[in-house]
Design a protein around this ligand. Structure first.
Ligand code: AMP
Ligand code: MG
Length: 363
């Protein structure tokens, strides 16, 4: 199929910009669109055929439920059997924004949309294009991340084109997603409420509204342990994985950079293509590697500095783009510095550890 690419400027948009996208969605077709977290692959949440198309386009296992997106609080009541008080309080504080809440679903949501579950995940995105698209379509939009299943999520229209061109009806190009990591997911169907996926909204922020909220055990896992099964079906899959072998080095900054330096040098000398995921603080440590003789003739080292360690939002925003970059240049070995795990760092390390299949070396 031919995928229509439609550019929309979030600062200057008109109803007519959304006409075709809204018609496609109402007709059960698929439209990828930007949100503040990552790009979403949208379909009519009421339409089981549209949901089936989403799974097919992504190659996503059909037991992995979709998040349903709404544009205002009034659109919530029909979708759920009851609205818990906690949902009202969280919505007051964090919606529209990067927070997804799990509630018991109503009969109007087909099981195809929820991967067979009786619960449904709901989010109200703050991105002006996402919000307007849902309003113009006039239906709730089921939308997982707009990437091929298993690949890093998409934060730019170009990423979506890479993964889904020819497989979906339209891609709305609205520039880069600001946050760059998927939403925080909170399960309100259990007591105490649980965080199933960490994100930009941190546990500290959530505890101001729900003091006893906890992480699902699987979120805190730091080793590959198949006995700890994630409550969010999607969190159990190998995810975000680049094609090369990714290893994370954790410890004192000096030790980390010298270990990465040595590992990279060895692999370069054996003729491999190597990627290094680094920060402003440590990027310089690898500069001399790039000027090594063998490498100067046939550059095989690619260093990606995604920002200052002091600016977690910047690191978060650049992470998936960097993982995709290493695929593009054909990195066979990728070495990444670990990041701190406070605040958004929890979400950054959660995605990075999954990408590495929990391959972390303490130095
Ligand atoms: P994505 O939209 O690609 O970020 O994936 C949606 C995530 O939300 C996956 O990890 C799903 O497993 C999770 N999710 C969606 N609905 C539910 C639900 N009803 N219960 C638990 N997790 C859910
Ligand atoms: Mg996803």
């Amino acid at each position: 199929m031919k995928t229509i690419i439609q550019k929309i400027d979030a600062t200057n948009m008109a109803s007519s910009d959304f006409k075709e996208a809204a018609e496609l969605l109402r007709a059960g077709k698929l439209v990828a669109f930007p949100t503040e977290t990552v790009y979403g692959l949208g379909g009519n949440a009421y339409d089981s055929t549209a949901s089936a198309r989403i799974y097919a386009a992504k190659g996503r296992p059909s037991d992995n439920p979709l998040i349903v997106h709404i544009s205002c609080f009034d659109e919530l009541p029909p979708l759920v059997s009851v609205i818990p008080d906690e949902a009202k309080a969280l919505a007051d504080r964090f919606w529209p924004g990067p927070l997804t809440m799990i509630m018991n679903k109503s009969d109007i949501i087909p099981k195809e949309t929820t991967g067979g579950l009786d619960t449904v995940a709901i989010r109200m995105p703050s991105h002006p294009i996402a919000n307007r698209l849902i309003k113009e379509a006039g239906i709730p939009i089921a939308a997982p991340s707009a990437n091929a299943s298993g690949r890093p999520s998409t934060t730019k229209a170009e990423h979506v084109i890479e993964d889904l061109d020819g497989k979906i009806d339209m891609i709305i190009d609205g520039g880069s997603s600001d946050i760059g990591l998927e939403s925080t997911i909170v399960d309100l169907t259990v007591k105490p409420a649980l965080i199933l996926r960490p994100g930009y909204i941190t546990i500290e922020m959530l505890r101001e509204v729900i003091p006893d909220i906890e992480y699902d055990k699987a979120v805190l896992k730091r080793i590959k342990d198949d006995t700890i099964v994630a409550k969010a079906p999607g969190m159990k899959y190998r995810h975000y994985a680049p094609k090369g072998e990714l290893t994370i080095f954790e410890g004192d900054a000096k030790a980390v950079s010298s270990h990465i330096y040595n590992e990279a040098k060895e692999k370069l000398e054996s003729g491999y293509t190597v990627g290094i995921l680094t920060s402003d603080e440590l990027a310089k440590s690898y500069e001399s590697l790039a000027t090594e003789k063998a490498n100067a003739v046939n550059p095989k080292l690619y260093i990606k500095d995604i920002g200052s360690r002091k600016n977690e939002a910047e690191i978060a925003a650049g992470l998936f783009d960097a993982l995709r970059y290493f695929d593009e240049i054909g990195a066979e070995y990728i070495y990444a510095e670990a990041f701190s795990e406070g605040g958004i760092g929890q979400a950054i390390m959660n995605r990075l550890m999954k990408a590495a299949g929990y391959h972390i070396v303490k130095v």
